[in-house]
Design a protein around this ligand. Structure first.
Ligand code: RAM
Length: 513
């Protein structure tokens, strides 16, 4: 059950930001070619400038693919004019809208993943009266659009004109400080990160404008960090924090994600780490803005997340493990979440203590008492002296995520952290990293342990790999060893403009890489 906090919700609604609109026209007509050398096996090849489109007449079974030149989030419109005899039957037109060439090439009917196929972007339109201006009602996230004329009639054809996208974002480019980096790849990564972030910045910080199009706490935390270094839209972060705080459950738990339409609703998914990231996001927001009012309003929610997380500790002060979807951490298959979650708790507990002190909140004392006990227990029960790694779960799993999060939790000395993180890279334990989200944490862990050069080379290899594979915006999933990877059973449903992948700009700008 959700307990709505109307005053907080009202404040969130007052912070609704306006969307900036830009009209974008397609740049080219392309053909999608099979190519084993490229990601997913499909490449877009330039065929003609988009401007020649209106010179052609299309009839039954004709098709073409438009390239908008870059990733877009917005509303499509097109003027369709008949040619030949008066149109004696409706026009049946199919549109397929995609972020990647593969979405233009592989039929959506073949999709067999476990997320709803309704995320795949397509429309079948019947037009009774021609000429017509068709304005598609849904917002799309795309670079390519395939037009397939399913049928006209033997007596008439159609011409397509004025195809455009009204692109929308709540990001204001004017606020971004231009930064000419000496290193071309870092420069490019910075630019693509900013574009990724902008396309996810809508009425709230969305995780992905194609899928899931909603506000997730784990994504918000990273978007907010990137936003402070670029667009500086503080109100949007504030709005999102108030939205989360507005719909806790009876226990005071903050949901892992929320919907804003038709009205504000918390999803019935709760994740240990994501709830704690409410604290972390508030912490980062406060130290970027000094907004004491917001801190006062939101502190009770933040403190409650810590209290609830502490309730999950066993008698030894270790987070209880379980096999259900209780903590996210990463999409890595087989990953045990216990130790990384323990680290996330320590990480956010420290932030909560800092915030509590700002407010002179008496409950901070309790948190200060807990912290050393938890750290001591972590070293006693989760550190394996022989392996020289943190272990997790009943099977004593050694994963990348455990080591990375423990470095970020800051329970070892800088030197010990440095040894741990370099040992991690050298020994490369099997349970690795599946998402840019976890890669972000690897890079940050390297930086905080003094391994800046290594951080840069990891970042270049990973996000640079995406660029080489054709990214206009950074992808939700990327595994350089298995480029078809999707935790959802099909790469068609992956999001190719994803919030949690936008952090190179934060890492580059914040740490002066
Ligand atoms: C996926 C999305 C989202 C993420 C959750 C946990 O559904 O990628 O961004 O936060 O997983």
């Amino acid at each position: 059950m959700i307990v709505r906090n109307e005053p907080l919700i009202e404040l969130a609604e007052k912070l609704k930001t306006e969307l900036h609109e830009t009209i974008v026209k397609p740049t080219a007509i392309v053909e999608i070619k099979s190519d084993k050398e490229v990601i997913h096996g499909w490449r877009a090849e330039y065929a003609a400038p988009a401007s020649i489109l209106s010179e052609y007449e299309y009839s039954k079974e004709d098709s073409f693919i438009l390239d908008f030149g870059d990733h877009q989030v917005g509303y499509l419109s097109v003027t369709i004019r008949p040619a030949g005899s008066p149109p004696d039957a409706p026009l049946k037109l199919k549109l397929t809208i995609g972020e990647m060439p593969v979405e233009m090439a592989e039929p959506f009917e073949n999709y067999d993943g476990w997320l709803s196929s309704s995320w795949l972007q397509e429309e079948t339109i019947f037009v009774d009266v021609l000429p017509a201006v068709i304005k598609l009602p849904r917002r799309y996230s795309f670079r390519y659009v395939k037009f397939e004329v399913i049928d006209t009639s033997p007596k008439y054809r159609v011409v397509f004109e004025n195809i455009e996208c009204r692109a929308v974002t709540s990001a204001n480019n004017k606020n971004v400080q231009t930064r000419a980096h000496k290193d071309d790849l870092l420069q490019k990564m910075d630019e693509i990160s900013i574009k990724t972030l902008a396309d996810c910045m809508q009425d709230v910080f969305e995780d992905g404008p194609k899928r899931d199009r909603r506000l997730w706490l784990g994504d918000l935390r990273l978007q907010a960090l990137a936003n402070y270094e670029t667009f500086k839209n503080y109100d949007l972060v504030k709005r999102c924090l108030y939205l989360f705080a507005g719909v806790p459950d009876v226990k005071g738990r903050v949901a892992a994600n929320i919907f804003v339409a038709p009205t504000l609703m918390a999803d019935d998914t709760y994740l240990f780490d994501y709830s704690l990231f409410f604290v972390s996001t508030l912490h980062d927001y406060y130290y970027s803005t000094s907004d004491l009012e917001a801190l006062k309003d939101l502190w009770p929610t933040a403190y409650r997340q810590i209290e609830l997380a502490l309730e999950r500790l066993d008698d030894h002060h270790i987070v209880k493990d379980s096999t259900d979807w209780w903590s996210f951490i990463d999409w890595q298959e087989g990953l045990n979440k216990q130790t990384p979650s323990q680290a996330v708790l320590i990480y956010s507990l420290k932030q909560a203590i800092r915030l509590g002190k700002e407010l002179n909140a008496p409950e901070t004392d309790r948190l200060e008492e807990c912290l050393p006990e938890i750290i001591e227990a972590t070293k006693k029960y989760l550190w394996d002296e022989t392996l020289q790694f943190f272990i997790s779960g009943g099977d004593c799993q050694v994963s990348w995520a455990s080591q990375i999060w423990m470095v970020l939790a800051g329970i070892l000395t800088k030197e010990e952290n440095q040894n741990l993180i370099t040992r991690l890279i050298k020994e490369n334990p099997e349970v690795g990293i599946a998402t840019p989200y976890m890669y972000h944490h690897l890079v940050e862990a390297l930086i905080v342990s003094g391994e800046k050069e290594l951080a840069i080379s990891e970042m270049k290899a990973y996000w640079g790999g995406m660029i080489q594979d054709g990214a206009d915006t950074f992808w939700e999933l990327y595994n350089p060893q298995n480029k078809e990877f999707s935790p959802y059973g099909s790469h068609l449903i992956n999001s190719y403009c994803h919030a949690w992948s936008c952090t190179p700009t934060y890492l580059i700008r914040k740490y002066h890489l």
